[in-house]
Write a protein that binds this ligand. Structure first.
Ligand code: AFP
Length: 357
């Protein structure tokens, strides 16, 4: 009797893993094929599709008319807008139109909330994103990324001011980023660990590369723009003096938060963008830069702080709010925070008489 054929495909087989696509992985993560799971799987898939379009544009940018350079406009952050910022922002809008999935978009490149009314009867989600993080790297072909955060609609009526979005980062239901580097990588979490996919250009698919990634408790790299050294509070200058005088620390800074965070996710270490005396709130935006990466960091056994409190506990007061950020390995973030606490203890308590002084 001929040997009967026994299929060997399962998620633990090499073929099983090599063919694990993002939408399958989301359903597996949610352990459900129900409508909410299908919606989240479709949303992640559309974000991934946006990533493929942006990746294609970036890889051919030097050959394409009007892909590089500035638009001549400034965004609500007061930053000069790159043509790639606009392209990527339009891509995120276009992949969610007529989708029935996302009711509102919040972007670094758009002053106000962008409603997609045709989606709102079914799509009870808001996507908050930075279409191109590190845009100062675009024209010099260094790594950039797209960062995203997903929140569920609170309440029935669509609030154009987005007041319902101004809640701590713990209310995110998913977060992630796409890193456009030597390979294009999609990293996400639904609150069940952090998982990495790599775009296989031959398939045009993001394929599972690693699951449940853990940030090491300590890493030798520290990432900070030391050019701001004299604008920082003493505590951060103390920390930098410490790492300069102690063996085993290396400075790495790519100019793109996504790239520096991805290094930390893989190798540990710490990234910090402190406030400055002039701008104590720092540079990075809470809702679509710091909070989504803090969500990933905590899901990967790392941590993220403003120096005073966990990033995921910060109560936003407006959609483009900025916060100082210290993110990465627990031991290294704690080391930075210890310098902040130490200086705080040294400062004489502010009594009502002295405040004005
Ligand atoms: P851009 O997107 O405007 O290039 O800013 C990138 C960023 O938000 C973050 O990705 C970097 O870590 C940080 O700003 C770089 O800021 P500095 O140029 O002030 O170091």
């Amino acid at each position: 009797m001929a040997d009967s054929y026994q299929p060997t495909v399962g998620t633990d087989s090499s073929l099983g893993r090599d063919s694990m696509t993002l939408s399958q992985h989301v359903l597996q993560q949610l352990d459900s094929f129900g409508p909410e799971a299908q919606d989240l799987s479709a949303i992640m898939n559309r974000i991934a599709f946006a990533g493929k379009l942006v990746s294609r544009r970036l890889t051919r940018a030097g050959l394409v008319e009007d892909a590089l350079g500035f638009t001549g406009r400034k965004n609500i952050q007061g930053e000069s807008v790159k043509k790639m910022d606009v392209y990527a922002n339009d891509v995120f809008i276009s992949v969610f139109q007529q989708s029935g999935l996302i009711c509102r978009l919040v972007s670094e490149e758009m002053d106000d909330i962008y409603p997609i009314p045709e989606n709102c009867s079914t799509g009870r989600y808001t996507l908050l994103y930075d279409p191109i993080d590190g845009s100062s790297n675009v024209d010099i072909n260094l790594n950039v990324g797209s960062i995203f955060s997903l929140r569920r609609q609170q309440g029935d009526d669509i609030d154009p001011t987005g007041a319902d979005l101004l809640t701590p980062g713990r209310d995110q239901i998913a977060a992630g980023y796409i890193l456009y580097g030597p390979s294009t990588v999609f990293v996400y979490s639904l609150g069940k660990g952090v998982h990495c996919f790599t775009l296989d250009p031959s398939l045009g698919e993001f394929i599972l590369a690693s699951e449940n990634v853990q940030i090491p408790a300590h890493g030798s790299n520290y990432s900070v723009n030391e050019g701001n050294f004299w604008q920082w509070e003493d505590s951060y200058r103390d920390y930098i003096r410490y790492v300069h005088h102690h063996q085993g620390y290396s400075s790495r800074y790519s100019g793109a938060l996504v790239g520096d965070f991805h290094r930390i996710l893989m190798q540990g270490g710490v990234f910090l963008y402190p406030g400055t005396l002039k701008k104590p709130e720092g540079k990075l935006r809470l809702l679509y830069e710091s909070a989504p990466l803090a969500f990933l960091a905590e899901q990967a056994s790392g941590t993220a702080s403003t120096g005073e409190q966990p990033i995921l506990d910060v109560d936003p007061d407006q959609i483009h709010m900025r916060t100082p950020l210290i993110i990465g390995s627990v031991e290294d973030v704690d080391l930075v925070k210890s310098f902040v606490q130490e200086r705080k203890l040294e400062r004489p308590p502010v009594s009502s008489g002295m405040a004005s002084g």
